[in-house]
Write a protein that binds this ligand. Structure first.
Ligand SMILES: [Zn+2]
Ligand SMILES: [Zn+2]
Length: 78
């Protein structure tokens, strides 16, 4: 039985996520978010929705991007 990458739970309904060629196994979406979602560089919160990426840096909102001196950050729409 595959084990969850995050909590080590042995669960028969785990699922796999392939990100940048690396395979991750999770038992829940919560664990997947914990492991895969980026953190806002400014307020350190987990970015679960459409965050902002600017110059390889991740932010939860335009406010946080601007607070760290980023000008012209745009919401990602993909
Ligand atoms: Zn887990
Ligand atoms: Zn933030």
């Amino acid at each position: 039985m595959p084990l969850c990458d995050v909590c080590g739970n042995d669960y028969d309904r785990t699922f796999e996520v392939v990100l940048s060629g690396r395979r991750h196994v999770f038992d829940s979406v919560e664990c997947a978010i914990h492991a895969l979602s980026p953190r806002c560089e400014h307020c350190r919160c987990k970015i679960m929705g459409h965050g902002i990426e600017y110059d390889g840096r991740s932010f939860c909102s335009v406010r946080c991007a601007e607070a760290t001196g980023v000008v012209g950050a745009m919401h990602r729409v993909d």
